[in-house]
Ligand binder design. Sequence first.
Ligand code: COA
Length: 162
Amino acid sequence: MNHAAKPPSASATSMTEYVLPTHANAMGNVFGGQILAWMDLCAAMCAQRHCGTIAVTAGIDDLSFEHPVKVGQFVRLEGRVTAAFRSSVEVEVRVSGEDGSTGTIWPCVRAYLTFVAIGPVGAPAVVPPLLAEGPEDEARRADAEARRRHRLESRARSAAPG
Ligand SMILES: CC(C)(COP(=O)(O)OP(=O)(O)OC[C@H]1O[C@@H](n2cnc3c(N)ncnc32)[C@H](O)[C@@H]1OP(=O)(O)O)[C@@H](O)C(=O)NCCC(=O)NCCS
């Protein structure tokens, strides 16, 4: 694995999906679980590009859907690594809906996913550092570190007896 620091732009990942009837519920809105699957894929590609090895989903923070996307519209996904830790990275995925006929774009959901890099023997592997390219990247990393502290505290509370 190459351990040279990489900027977020080196692993940023964009995807666009066309919503078909098989993706939708009886109201013609895409299923939340389908959007989650696309988010997981987008984040996995982003994490693999950064880590230089396969990475598995360790956790997904809370998410809530703001506005629906309907059959015939597009789902746009933008993934970026916000922080690299020891063997894990946090990936932010922003999802929007797009009406391809009018060009209208609206926010659908945003979430933070944690991926763990897996080395050749199947164990967590050290990931390359994230190289901030400017103050916005620094701010995203500071926010990611605060979320990680919160996650670690929450996992420690769940693991505690009683
Ligand atoms: C994720 C996984 C590899 C972690 O393995 P582990 O033996 O707990 O490894 P460690 O305790 O050494 O933790 C490794 C890293 O994972 C992170 N991690 C583990 N569980 C996590 C969770 N639930 N949420 C966020 N991060 C988590 C740790 O914080 C640590 O990060 P760091 O090295 O950057 O500090 C393991 O739990 C696993 O394989 N889970 C299943 C993953 C999977 O199959 N995903 C697909 C969906 S089922």
